[in-house]
Design a protein around this ligand. Structure first.
Ligand code: MG
Length: 256
């Protein structure tokens, strides 16, 4: 099922998208050694409340409902980390993911930040992950279907020492945060044959590559939420909500 949004609907999705962007800007201003992940979550919770925006992550159903408005995942944590008392230290990388709904429309984005001075390898991982997201968004102009975009993402990461997480993928987004289709960050023939979709104006996707320094395999911690790399290697995550318009792809959660 492919839902295409009208220009008017996409216009409405800019508001939640831009509030999510502002949330990430505020977090960026706070990330430093000594800050706790709970403090980062609190600034986003306050911002959403100020704007009467509905947080999409808090209460998200699972074995236990997700308890915060952001997912904050440090170092070997891939996604879905729970904010808390953890104090960030120099050398950490911290992925922050959040989303909100305004007037019935959703926005969702993630950024991985460097805390203080990070290793060359960690910086290369951040660059590769934000780079592969840029490649995917730009490829939406030329590619006719998502599998072609996914192939370009895979080619880009295969030229590095890193690996692409397969257990988690991007998604359609609109009135709900998670809508069809599924948006993988790697190529597979199975996807191309069974789940591929055409890139038509009106499609709105949350594109979110997760890239690891070691194995692409992941596992879930006992808290039922936090996903970590199986080998303890670092992981980074960048995400934008992107609308494909008649004028090309537009990052609804990006700088306008
Ligand atoms: Mg997402």
């Amino acid at each position: 099922m492919l839902t295409l949004r009208s220009p008017r609907e996409i216009e409405k999705m800019r508001r939640p998208g831009q509030l999510v962007r502002e949330a990430h800007d505020r977090v960026r201003g706070l990330v430093r050694p000594g800050v706790t992940t709970r403090e980062l979550d609190q600034v986003v919770e306050d911002l959403f409340a100020e704007h009467n925006a509905e947080p999409l992550f808090k209460g998200y159903p699972g074995v236990t409902p997700f308890p915060a408005v952001t997912c904050i995942s440090v170092n070997e944590e891939v996604v879905h980390g729970i904010p808390g008392d953890r104090v960030l230290k120099s050398g950490d990388i911290v992925s922050v993911d959040t989303g909100c709904r305004i007037d019935g429309w959703c926005g969702d984005a993630a950024v991985t930040h460097a805390v203080g001075e990070i290793s060359e390898q960690a910086q290369a991982l951040l660059d590769a992950t934000s780079g592969v997201l840029d490649i995917a968004i730009e490829a939406m102009v030329e590619c006719e279907k998502w599998s072609q975009v996914a192939r370009r993402m895979q080619d880009f990461i295969q030229a590095t020492d890193f690996s692409i997480v397969r257990n988690f993928v991007g998604h359609g987004i609109g009135k709900e945060m998670h809508e069809s289709p599924q948006v993988p960050n790697y190529y597979s023939r199975e996807f191309e044959e069974e789940d591929d979709f055409p890139l038509r104006p009106g499609i709105v996707l949350a594109i979110e590559p997760m890239i690891n320094t070691g194995t692409h395999e992941t596992r879930c911690l006992d808290d039922h939420w936090t996903i970590v790399t199986d080998d303890g290697g670092l992981s980074a995550h960048f995400e934008h909500t992107v609308a494909l318009t008649a004028n090309g792809p537009e990052r609804l959660t990006g700088r306008m």
